[in-house]
Design a protein around this ligand. Structure first.
Ligand SMILES: [Zn+2]
Length: 169
């Protein structure tokens, strides 16, 4: 059971780890269904997370409690051309500073996001990050990208490139 607020985890530099079944993440399930993933495929997936408190860090004049989140999962995507499964492994690390009003120094830091001091829901945090990580267009890199490019009446090389790229971290 996770009973600590995120602020406590940060301040006490604790580590919480666990696994969340996709079935417990309704917004993610909905997005995957819209993408075309079968519900029985979604049900078999889970995400592992590690949330750790780091040493407080200065942003400008203020020192803020820090958290690091690592998520590891495989997103059950499907190819938008052949509709076969196209699982996408995802392993990402995020850093957060906790505060109620972010300073300019914090907003200017590309590596650190901010979370309100009352944030308490690890599931929601993990779900938010997975939703952000969902690729927009998914095609098998070799055969399906090529066919899609050739069969399109107006070939769009940028769309193809976009399909090849994962979300820039
Ligand atoms: Zn395909």
């Amino acid at each position: 059971m996770i009973s600590n607020s995120l602020l406590e985890i940060a301040k006490q530099q604790k580590t919480e780890l666990g696994e969340i079944s996709y079935n417990q993440l309704p917004r993610l399930c909905e997005a995957l269904l819209e993408h075309g993933t079968q519900s029985n495929d979604i049900a078999t997936h889970a995400v592992s997370f590690t949330l750790s408190g780091l040493s407080a860090r200065y942003f400008g004049e203020v020192s803020l409690p820090m958290l690091q989140l690592q998520v590891v999962t495989t997103l059950p995507m499907v190819c938008q051309r052949c509709f076969e499964a196209l699982p996408m492994p995802l392993e990402q690390t995020y850093m957060y500073a906790l505060c109620d009003t972010p300073s300019e120094a914090l907003l200017a830091d590309d590596e650190v996001e901010w979370l309100g001091l009352d944030a308490s829901d690890i599931h929601a945090l993990v779900e938010d990050e997975l939703l952000m990580a969902l690729p927009i267009t998914v095609l098998h890199p070799a055969q399906c990208v090529e066919v899609a490019a050739q069969s399109s009446s107006k070939p769009n090389p940028f769309a193809v490139l976009q399909a090849l790229k994962q979300r820039p971290s």
